[in-house]
Design a protein around this ligand. Sequence first.
Ligand code: SF4
Ligand code: MG
Length: 326
Amino acid sequence: MRYQADQSLFDRVLRRDPSVIPAVDGVSLTIEQNESHAVIGESGCGKSTLIELISGLHEPTNGEIQYHGKSISELSHEEKKDYQLNVQMIFQDPYNSLNPKFSVRESLQEPLKIHGIDTSEKKIIDICEKVELTPPEEYLDKKPFQLSGGERQRVSIGRALVVEPEVILADEPVSMLDVSTQASVLNLLSNLLSQLDVSLLYISHDLSTVPYVSEKLNVMYLGRIVESGPTHEILNNSMHPYTQALVNAVPIPDPHHDRERILLEGTAEHSEELMSGCRFRNRCSEVMEVCEQTPEKTHLSQDHTTACHLHNDNNESRVGETTKQH
Ligand code: SF4
Ligand code: MG
């Protein structure tokens, strides 16, 4: 299966006011069967909008989302139902994403009922075991208020997986959990990905969580993907100054491992001035004159790309042009 978000995708805000900067701009992302992709970036970088566009909550003002080669805006009624079944979401907030009146059993039955799939007790017990709510009998009649945050998020994961979708969209699924629960939920997701025939699009602001769940990493900054490639390659050999700052900020457990800190000043804020040129240039320590122009995506290897003038082979004018701005 394949998704493609080509060219410029704009969020609802932009449709009302064309002078607003696109929340998601020029993003092209293809998720093949069984692949896991992460999109990482600061809040407001457009990653949640991206997931809302893919899940069909909003329509792009430009560009398209393709499912099995067909734009989702052109799907027939039946195909749309198939899409809704096969693309499931895990939400950020385990405290608000479950119906407080539903028992665990009812919560897990609901997506099956919506899609007209059999809701046998065996299926429900099976999914409880998959998401490690064990023994299931102890959980099935519990209401959300009787569950911990981690247990609720396991129910949410179960709700997403019970219909056997092709893709899971997970928007910051562990950011509201405490650190030890985060690790156990990420480990669960990672185990499920290796066992099941499912793809994942994982959205997070926390780079340290990505290696658990995702083989591929896309770094997003103010609506654009600035670096993309295999997760391990980017973590070990990041090329874009923004990615380098994010990688540098991930804590290293070894206290003897010394490294120079890259301080990222300011915040990622949309401004009209940043509409053209590199959107990171007001925070980049490597900024050059040429950065007033929008950097094109450059291939560093077959599947590692970045959009930065430092790595643009065609850019001869950059030599000796560095004008650090602070
Ligand atoms: Fe920095 Fe220029 Fe690269 Fe943007 S294009 S990240 S401003 S060096
Ligand atoms: Mg978000």
